[in-house]
Design a protein around this ligand. Structure first.
Ligand SMILES: Cc1cc2nc3c(=O)[nH]c(=O)nc-3n(C[C@H](O)[C@H](O)[C@H](O)COP(=O)(O)OP(=O)(O)OC[C@H]3O[C@@H](n4cnc5c(N)ncnc54)[C@H](O)[C@@H]3O)c2cc1C
Length: 403
């Protein structure tokens, strides 16, 4: 076994209300060849396949479950440039210059992703501002310093005191930072859109195909599938989400559990501007809306990954999320039409791991951890494409694999 199989998610996520988007498949009946094999057909594999097929590489995507059946289905898909780790905190961890670079790269990646979704007409999306509420991680004073640090680094941000937050958004007793121009999407539709685009250029998607062994040679890689077929290629990209290649867990990585709910549609009761709302707290709470006016509310993360224990907690976590949601917006209908749980990956810095795997020549990985996983999938696609086309990426070192 090359990647440990996890029970990635339980319950029905709000995206599963719609029929699964169709993605043309291909049967792997015999040994095969490709320039690049992308392992994993979630949002990361989909973006990587899009980026590599665009530069003319022959791409084969494989997935043991099928297209878009992993964590991407559970994602609440607040696509943010504001990464989980506040700029002030990340500066203390990796130095100010690197922290600013990481924040700026996220801004660029999000804008690039937005433009690409538009250019390819991949999926409906909306720009949303984000309201970052003071909490036990950053109180109002620390939040104000965070705002100054972000402004110094070039990010347009407004610090709002408690009165301003209450007047504009109806949330009582909380100071906040307002950030601009994030993006909301349906992550399943988006991943399927990227996959269809890559397939339209000649990429192949084969599933269910499980890769169980890898033989990385100086000039090629041979993959063995569970059905004992072999795939030869020049490069492999692991886009296996929270099913990290065994023995290659990056330093500081931790798998945790998270929960989310979605309320009935209530477009008339929603808060002004329908901005993203999230808290500088641990555990944190975050909110967004869907185009038909449901509220998605998630968080309540716990530092364990025992899937049975995680699933037993769905009812209790639903109640906690409902209580906290009502605490912020008492007028909302907090009934949970959908409640789901998922495994989540966290890293010590909140940054992902992207790059060549140590000791495995020609093998790359995009491990987009944390609450910014989808922004990081985009950065992953950019870095892998630059690496495979020999151009290199100026920020590659920031995300490189660390043991
Ligand atoms: C509840 C929840 C909320 C989230 N909210 C947000 C958010 O608001 N914003 C945000 O940006 N991110 C969010 N994330 C994170 C984001 O969803 C993930 O980073 C992203 O979906 C990961 O996509 P992926 O393609 O890397 O992984 P996946 O979608 O899990 O795809 C990986 C695929 O690899 C396949 N695979 C694994 N091993 C093998 C093998 N050996 N052979 C063949 N196939 C294999 C699996 O079958 C799977 O389909 C959230 C995650 C969760 C769970």
């Amino acid at each position: 076994m090359l990647t440990r199989k996890r029970d990635l998610r339980t319950g029905r996520s709000v995206w599963q209300e719609k029929r699964a988007p169709s993605v043309p498949g291909w049967k792997l009946l015999a040994d095969a060849r490709a320039d690049v094999v992308v392992i994993g057909a979630g949002i990361s594999g989909a973006m990587v396949a899009d980026a590599l097929s665009e530069v003319g590489l022959d791409v084969l995507i494989v997935d043991r479950r099928g297209p878009v059946r992993g964590s991407t289905v559970a994602s609440t898909a607040l696509l943010q440039y504001e990464i989980d780790q506040p700029l002030t905190k990340l500066s203390r961890q990796i130095g100010e210059e690197a922290a600013i670079r990481a924040w700026r790269r996220s801004r660029l990646a999000l804008d690039g992703l937005y433009a690409r979704i538009r250019a390819l007409s991949l999926a409906p999306m909306r720009r949303r501002d984000s309201l970052y509420l003071a909490g036990d991680l950053l109180d109002a004073e620390a939040l104000s310093h965070e705002g100054e640090a972000r402004r110094r680094a070039g990010f347009e941000t407004a610090f709002l005191g408690t009165t301003a937050v209450e007047e504009r958004f109806g949330i009582a007793h909380r100071a906040a930072l307002l950030g601009y121009d994030n993006v909301e999407v349906d992550p399943r539709a988006l991943a399927a859109g990227f996959l269809r685009t890559a397939i339209g250029r000649g990429a192949r998607l084969a599933s269910p195909v499980e890769i169980v062994d890898i033989d990385a040679r100086p000039r090629s890689v041979v993959l063995r599938t569970k059905a004992s077929t072999h795939i030869s290629c020049r490069h492999v990209v692991f886009c296996t989400g929270y099913e990290i290649p065994l023995g290659l867990e990056p330093k500081g990585h931790q798998a945790i559990s998270t929960w989310a709910i979605a309320t009935p549609a209530q477009p008339r009761r929603l808060w002004p501007e329908r901005c993203f709302v999230w808290e500088a707290s641990e555990p944190y709470l975050y909110l967004r809306t869907t185009p038909d006016g449901r509220v998605i509310c998630g968080g309540e993360d716990e530092d364990f990954v025992d899937e049975e224990a995680r699933d037993r907690l769905i009812a209790a976590k639903t109640k906690t999320l409902q209580r906290k949601l009502a605490g912020l917006f008492p007028e909302l209908d907090i009934r949970a039409d959908f409640a789901w749980a998922g495994t989540f990956g966290a890293s010590a810095t909140g940054l992902p791991t992207i790059g060549e795997l140590p000791g495995l020549k020609n093998c790359w990985a995009v491990m987009g951890f944390g609450g910014n996983g989808i922004t990081y999938s985009r950065i992953g696609a950019e870095i892998v494409r630059a690496g495979l086309t020999g151009k290199g990426d100026p920020d590659a070192e920031l995300y490189a694999y660390r043991t």
